[in-house]
Ligand binder design. Structure first.
Ligand SMILES: *Cc1c(COP(=O)(O)O)cnc(C)c1O
Length: 478
């Protein structure tokens, strides 16, 4: 086909726009947006014709310049442009608290509470009984106190914000003593020493990486010491020849010297996972009972609620933090408070299984095995539909993730996916991009692994649909 001829024969925007097949698109988007998308598509075809040398491939031209083809491309443009960037995905990484995938899915009660509070006015800072201004912190404070045994509590945006606020209030213009074994980096460049510097606190390191004794702390106390800090080594453990003083002794020594103790608990469990034989995480209560003055922990790690930082402890300190000017910049939103309060109610009602994160952690490996087996059999049943994918059941383990319980592995089988002639990376990419819900898996030894421990109940069908679509896409790519 001659180039000039091809350019002349391109359809007009008007002709595509007035085609009956365009009607469905016009129901979804305004006339001007549809016209613009069609115009952009035709402009792109024009550019591609112009950049051709002399002749244009007839087959290609016939294929891409039909009204239907242009409409389809315009539809794709519009859905890319106006579809949400933030969207649901299927987590088959086997990592239960995956920070990149949004950490904790919320309980039903939490979802309902967010919906209620976000879709109408609320008493966020209004005391209904007294008919005057109230505090946004009041909605959750008593519940946190009952669940942790603390006298008082406060909620901020996340635990990083909590650490910042606590250091600012308790250690500012003075020294805080921390063990060298606990100078943690959490990820995303959040390092305890940097946060202390940012809060105007001088860090005094004591002990060594593996061993810190009570006397190390005692010897480091000076007139400038304001605070003894203990940091949960969330995402790592020092094992072997290692020692830290028991919490009780550390608190006893600090209080004898008139110093407060702050413990950054990281995950902060409200459920006693240790008693349920799931890992070695002590519940928050344990620290409060040991006499720690202030603790802080995340709302969306082991707690299984919304992103939040919870500060709990002695009333005198919490009251001071409530008046700290930084709090205004760190305070949580009403949706966060609604989700957090509802999750705390789940705990108070002992409806642990309603909280997805807690349920997944307590779920027996038999249950995870059964679900995996069920999906696996479904995939094998119609092998034509899933060609060229091949599946196998393999041993694997799920992880808690989110910097919690790093040594705990939960034996869970996985479905390994393999396609002759394709790299695992290609299969992985197609799984993320097929229509429907993106599937986020992981690659181990050149095979894509689907670990269903982190898949939510009821999502199995979506997973199978996504794999079916992946197979169809791969068949086109051969
Ligand atoms: C995760 C973690 C934080 C940060 O908590 P976010 O809620 O993610 O801000 C701080 N300290 C420790 C020890 C942690 O594990």
């Amino acid at each position: 086909l001659d180039k000039q001829q091809a350019l002349r024969n391109l359809p007009s925007v008007h002709s595509v726009l007035s085609h009956s097949a365009c009607e469905s698109l016009l129901l979804l988007y305004s006339h001007s947006l549809v016209a613009k998308a069609i115009g952009d598509e035709i402009a792109e075809l024009r550019t591609r014709c112009q950049s051709a040398k002399v002749e244009i491939d007839d087959d290609w031209y016939a294929d891409v310049t039909t009204t239907l083809s242009i409409l389809q491309s315009a539809k794709l443009r519009l859905s890319r442009r106006f579809g949400s960037s933030l969207q649901k995905v299927l987590n088959v990484t086997g990592v239960i608290l995956h920070t990149n995938l949004g950490r904790a899915p919320l309980s039903g009660r939490a979802l309902e509470a967010v919906n209620q509070v976000a879709s109408s006015y609320s008493n966020l800072e209004f005391n209904i009984e007294e008919g005057k201004r109230g505090s946004r912190h009041a909605h959750v404070e008593d519940r946190i106190c009952r669940l942790t045994g603390a006298e008082s509590a406060l909620v901020v945006n996340n635990n990083a914000a909590a650490v910042l606020l606590v250091f600012h209030e308790m250690g500012r213009s003075g020294e805080a003593i921390v063990s060298r074994g606990q100078l943690v980096e959490i990820g995303g460049s959040f390092r305890i020493p940097d946060v202390m510097a940012e809060s105007g606190v001088s860090l005094v390191e004591v002990g060594t990486t593996n061993k810190t004794r009570l006397v190390d702390y005692e010897k480091a106390v000076t007139n400038d010491t304001k605070l003894i800090v203990r940091v949960h080594t969330s995402n790592y453990r020092i094992v072997g020849f290692a020692e830290q003083p028991p919490l009780i002794s550390l608190v006893g020594m600090a209080h004898e010297k008139g110093l407060p103790v702050y413990e950054d608990l990281g995950s902060g469990a409200l459920f006693d996972f240790e008693s349920a034989s799931v890992g070695d995480e002590k519940p928050v209560k344990h620290s409060i009972q040991a006499g720690v003055d202030v603790v802080s922990f995340s709302g969306d790690k082991l707690l299984g609620g919304a992103q939040a930082g919870i500060i709990a402890g002695k009333k005198e300190w919490i009251d001071r933090m409530k008046k700290n000017p930084l709090l205004r910049a760190l305070r949580p939103d009403k949706m966060t408070l609604a989700a957090l309060e509802a999750t705390l109610i789940d705990y108070e009602l002992e409806k642990y299984e309603d909280i997805p994160i807690v349920r997944m952690l307590l779920e027996s490996s038999d249950v995870a095995m059964d679900r995996t087996q069920m999906v696996y059999e479904e995939l094998l049943m119609q092998d034509k539909e899933f060609y060229p994918l091949e599946f196998a059941l393999v041993e694997d383990h799920a992880q808690v993730g989110g910097g919690a319980l790093p040594l705990l592995t939960l034996p869970t089988p996985a479905i390994s996916v393999f396609a002759a002639g394709f790299h695992a990376g290609q299969v992985f990419r197609v799984m993320r991009s097929v229509p429907g819900t993106p599937i986020i898996a992981r690659i181990v030894n050149e095979k894509v692994l689907l670990n269903l421990k982190s898949l939510l109940p009821g999502e199995e069908k979506m997973l199978i649909e996504g794999i079916r679509a992946t197979a169809a896409r791969l068949r086109k790519m051969v």
